[in-house]
Structure formats: C-alpha cells, structure tokens
Ligand binder design. Structure first.
Ligand SMILES: Nc1nc2c(ncn2[C@@H]2O[C@H](COP(=O)(O)OP(=O)(O)OP(=O)(O)O)[C@@H](O)[C@H]2O)c(=O)[nH]1
Ligand SMILES: [Mg+2]
Length: 619
C-alpha cells in the first residue's frame, strides 16, 4: 500500500493577491517554518520544478538583493507553482499563482486544484478591483477563504486600516483573528489571538503562548466580542449566540468548533498577520490552514455525467469509488525533486516591458522545453485510485466517442515530483505517459467512463499574427503542444492565411512563444476585406461583449465609442452584479482591445468576441 495520507490529512490551498503583495514570499516563509529553517526572505525554498498554463519559463528564485533589506527584489510569478509542507501530521499543498491578469489560465487551474483560497493583501497597497472580483467569484463558488496582511514591517503599513478596508470592500464576513503587538522600535513581536484571547509572544523568535495581560485584554475586548458574535451568528445551534449574549460562559472547544464550521461554510473569513522576515505569524497561519480549511473530502462532491450526458452519481472523494481523474493541465519541465534553494538557472532577465519590446527578443537560450509526449499532466484524483497498471484509461466528453488515454506506461509522482506507487482520491499529482495535447479533461476507466462538469472558459480575445522561416506548417506544429497545454490560448489560420495565436494579451502571447524551437516573427495582423452577401468587399467586423462591474461601464462605453462602433448598447447581466456592454467593431480596431479594456477597468473587464455579420447590423 501507499504511505500517502487519507484525504482527511490533506489540504490544497491556492494563494492569490495583487501584483507584488507578497504571495511568493509568504509561501517561502510558510515552507521555511514547517521545515524548521531560519526565517529569511533572501532565498526561497521548495518550489516544484514545473509550470503550467502559458509559461515555459522555469521557476526562478529571485536574485539576492543588493539592498540592506532582507527582502529580495520583486520577480513576478509567471507560472503556477506548488509547494508541499507537513504541519501537525497534515500534508499541505500551497499553490502560488501569477497575479498577472493575462495569466488567468494558471489562476483557473490553481482554483480548480484547491479547496480553499488564501487572499494575500499588502498592508500598504490595499486591494485592487481585480482582487475584489476574484473574491466575489470565490464567494459564489462557496470557496472557504482567509486573508493575510503582509508587508507589516513597512513603516506605512497598518493592520487595523487594512482590515477595515478589507471589510469595506469584501464584506462583513471578514473578521480579524489577530491583533499584532509592536515593540518600541515598532517591529511586530507578537500577536493576540482574538478567539482565546491568547497572547502569542514571538520576542524570542518562537511563539510562546500565554494568557494575555489585563492591558491586552482591555485592548481587544471589543474585537474578541465581535469575532465571537460573527462565529456564532451563523451557527446551526442558535442557542449558542443567545447564551453568549446572556453572558453565559462559552466552552473554548465549542467556540473553536464553531469557528472551523463558519470558515468551512464560507460564512467567516478570518484575517491574520504574517511578517515573513521574522516568521511572526507563520505558525499561527499554518495552524489555521490545517485546523479550519477543508480537506478534499470535506468539500461538496464534483458533478459527474455519463458520456451520453445523462447524470451520474456525484463524485465523492472516496478511494473505493470509481476512478475519476481531473486533468488540470499539462505541465512542462521535468518532475525532478523539488528545487530546495537551488541555484537560479541561467535564463534571461524578466522579459522587457510590453510597450517597447518586440515580443520574441530576449528569448532565453537555456530554457529546456519538454517534448510534448513527455509532458506530464497535473491531475486531481476526484475518486478512486490511479495505478500505473491501469491500462484501460479513457477520456470522454458528453456526446463524443471515448478516447484511449495511454501513450506509454504510466509514471506517477506527487505534486512536487517525487515518485509514488499510486495516486489516491483527494490527492494532486503528476502523471507521465498520457496522450499529449489532451483537451478532454476527465480520465476514467473504459469499463466505467465518467465525465466531470466544467464551467466554460471564455475564448481568448487577443490575436497575434506569426510567421516563421520554417513555414506555416512547422510553425503550427511547434505551437500546437504549447497551446494544448494552455486552456486560455487558441491557434487559427485566418482567412488572410496568417497563423494567429489567440491569447489573453500581449504578455501572455510572449510567454507562449518563449522557448519555441522554430524561429518566429510577430507581424501585423492583417484584416483584409471579406465578401459581403452581395459579393462586394466589406471590412471585417467582430461582435464584442464586455462584462464589467457597473462602476466601469461608462468608461468602457466611451473607450468603445472611439473605435468606430456600428452601434453600442448596455444591459444588466441578470445573475451577476455586472453590466454587459455589446457592440460591433471593425477587426482593425480590436487588435489591442483586451489591453485597453484591462487598463480602463483595472483588469475587471471580461472580453468576449466572435465574428460579426459582414453587413452593418443593428442590435
Ligand atoms: N518589506 C517587506 N517586503 C516584502 C514582504 N513580502 C514581500 N516583500 C517584497 O515585496 C516584493 C514582492 O514580493 P513577492 O512575494 O514576489 O510578491 P508576489 O505577490 O508574489 O508578486 P507577484 O508574483 O507579482 O504576484 C519582493 O521584493 C519581496 O521581497 C514583507 O512582508 N515585507
Ligand atoms: Mg509571486
């Protein structure tokens, strides 16, 4: 049998934040803490050596900073990365995703892989509209959440103000779980846990937990009461809140149980403080992840159908159930052991800025691309046990024939690349030996084929026209595996005969093209006239749909008005709190539209496009 823990001993957590909030630094600090390594932000640890969805760049530790600050300079995350740690007998997988708006493919994979989300908020920069939008998405998907305020060692950072901002923008479920305590030099040397309340004194470098002094109790009395009321407000046992308000004593174990239940229901989102440079708060955050966040077996079962589209019994996280494996993404890079403080690979610096750089220049020479047939898949075992000996694996989608999924003998690895004998329900892992470029996303046994239900992904809106001296066929061959790995990219041969790479934006396209083994040039997208119904040439138009929070709708309408629209109108999206702006624009006016919309709406706009009728139309 296997030494992997049952699904109850696992946690899969995705970390999200706005660019530079400190997400990657926080992951490193948590891994250090769990491994008993000294807190120091100068060299990161424990990144799995693979990446998914739109990036061929190996994960690189940041270069040591020349400045006296213990924090290295910012290297934006460009690919999903997994770190694994053990805490109190529980295996925790932390999924760090890019905050770049154009790399939402990796974000989507991270969200599918995780059972809970940690929102990382910088104590100085606050919250971006995009993060609010992501929060709302997690809320409607009922994903349990917590928040961590970072950068608290910076002079302008204020924990209380950050919490108040989060409460204002993200809702009343946001409640501080801690209050940081400052030393005379203003550094954070402890935390008051508001649930106890208990004092966590970090002045020795390790958390010493004790009862708070009277002075501390007075300081947090009101906050403690607010937290307890928020915990008990949604409790199934209504008598608990009444008893508390009548000042009857509340058992700490009951309060802890109700707290966990409120977090798992998504009714309460605790806010914690972490100072990665000194490790303050890391132990407390790890405790929260294992005690209050759900195990894979605690979340609602995945919706399943038979290949003919008829409903099947929902997929419970059960090793004895039918085999259901979700193919989350094909990954590149080898699956060697996690690169613990590995020396940085010698790759080129961060890609040059979008505005000035031609997209292909600066291609790192030492990037190793994996041959597509070797590319492992990042998988999530929804039910059953995946064994290397499973020979009759198929992928299926409703209404289509089953497709054999084996390319070679299966090799199974855990999420950080260590070989494992089997992968069990609830686990994330890497699988070698499956058919490459697999677009259908459920793997099951031929004798019992099943299909997972997925939300549809919007089509990528940004076209990049490409040419290669090797010719269009070689170019398409080189691009196909890259695009096959990334659900947010698409390839097309246009009516003008151009190879078009559709992506989420220019930076995304540049990442997709990095490391190709054919030469490739970006050329202007050609939008030749198309024949109309009467046979005469017409300028090609696209039907555009922009989904945006109402507050940005007017800005979006005026941006579209400057692009020769045939017409424009707005309507409310009934199910969500969004405005839909509809228009038809000449194709030539849409080439940089995704970037312009992202800038005008702080990244909150979702752009959908499809070819419009050749004749001018009316709404
Ligand atoms: N002073 C201070 N600097 C920090 C802290 N956390 C992160 N930093 C620095 O802030 C910058 C951004 O940190 P990252 O961890 O890379 O931020 P990120 O959120 O992963 O950024 P993206 O990958 O672009 O989303 C780096 O220079 C870090 O060294 C902190 O708590 N205090
Ligand atoms: Mg990062």
């Amino acid at each position: 049998m296997t030494d992997v823990p049952a699904a109850g001993g696992l946690r899969h957590v995705v970390l999200v934040g706005h660019p530079g909030a400190g997400t990657t630094t926080l992951v490193d600090a948590l891994v250090r803490r769990a491994r008993g390594l000294a807190a120091a932000a100068t060299r990161p640890v424990a990144r799995a050596g693979w990446s998914v969805a739109g990036s061929l760049l190996p994960l690189r530790p940041p270069a040591p900073s020349p400045s006296p600050s213990p924090f290295p300079s910012h290297r934006p995350t460009t690919a999903l990365a997994a770190s694994r740690l053990d805490h109190r007998g529980t295996q925790v997988t932390l999924l760090d995703v890019p905050s770049d708006l154009e790399l939402t493919g990796a974000l989507a994979v991270g969200l599918r892989a995780a059972d809970a989300a940690l929102f990382v908020v910088s104590g100085i920069d606050g919250i971006s509209p995009r993060l609010v939008q992501l929060w709302e998405q997690c809320e409607s998907d009922e994903v349990p959440r917590a928040l961590v305020i970072t950068q608290l060692d910076q002079p302008r950072a204020e924990f209380d103000e950050s919490v108040a901002l989060c409460q204002r923008l993200l809702g009343e479920g946001v409640q501080p779980l801690q209050v940081p305590l400052h030393a005379e030099d203003d550094s954070i040397v402890g935390l008051i846990d508001l649930l106890g309340p208990h004092l966590h004194d970090w002045s020795s470098g390790e958390p010493a937990v004790r009862d708070p002094d009277l002075e501390h109790l007075q300081l947090v009395e009101g906050l403690h009461a607010d937290l307890v009321e928020a915990v008990l407000a949604g409790s199934e046992d209504e008598s608990l809140l009444d008893a508390y308000l009548d000042e009857e004593p509340l058992e700490p174990a009951v309060l802890a149980r109700e707290f966990t239940s409120a977090v798992r229901r998504g009714a309460l989102q605790p806010v914690l403080a972490v100072v990665p440079g000194s490790a303050v708060g890391t132990q407390e955050l790890l405790d929260l992840l294992v005690s209050a966040f759900p195990a894979p077996s605690d979340v609602p079962p995945a919706v399943l159908t038979h290949p003919d589209g008829s409903p099947a019994e929902a997929s419970r996280v059960d090793a004895t159930g039918p085999l259901v494996v979700e193919l989350l993404a094909a990954v590149d890079e080898g699956t060697g052991p996690p690169c613990v403080a590995a020396p940085p690979p010698s790759v080129a610096a961060t890609p040059p800025s979008v505005a000035t750089a031609p997209m292909i220049e600066g291609r790192p020479s030492s990037v190793a691309t994996t041959a597509p047939s070797d590319a492992p898949y990042l998988v999530r075992i929804r039910s059953g046990i995946l064994r290397p000996s499973d020979q009759a694996l198929v992928t299926a989608r409703p209404g289509a024939e089953l497709v054999a999924a084996h390319a070679a003998d299966l090799q199974l690895h855990d999420v950080v690349g260590r070989a494992v004998p089997v992968l069990v329900a609830g686990e994330l892992g890497l699988v070698h030996g499956l058919v490459p470029g697999q677009a259908w996303r459920t793997l099951s046994l031929a004798e019992e084929p099943l299909v997972l239900a997925f939300p549809a992904l919007p089509a990528p809106p940004h076209p990049t026209a490409l040419e290669s001296a090797a010719g269009p066929a070689a170019l398409l061959r080189a691009l196909m595996p890259v695009v096959g790995r990334d659900p947010t990219a698409r390839l097309e041969e246009s009516v003008a005969g151009q190879v078009l790479l559709w992506s989420l934006g220019e930076r995304h396209a540049r990442l997709l093209l990095t490391g190709l083994d054919v030469d490739v040039r970006v050329v202007p997208v050609s939008t030749p006239p198309v024949p109309g119904p009467d046979g005469s040439p017409h300028e090609p138009y696209s039907a555009i749909e922009v989904h945006v929070p109402p507050v940005y709708a007017r800005t979006v309408v005026s941006l579209l008005a400057s692009r020769r629209p045939r017409w424009t109108r707005t309507e409310a999206a009934p199910a969500e709190d969004l405005t839909v702006v509809l228009t038809e624009l000449p194709d030539a006016e849409t080439l940089d539209l995704s970037a312009a919309l992202a800038a005008a709406s702080y990244g909150t706009a979702l752009l959908l496009r499809s070819p419009a009728r050749p004749q001018p139309g009316t709404p």
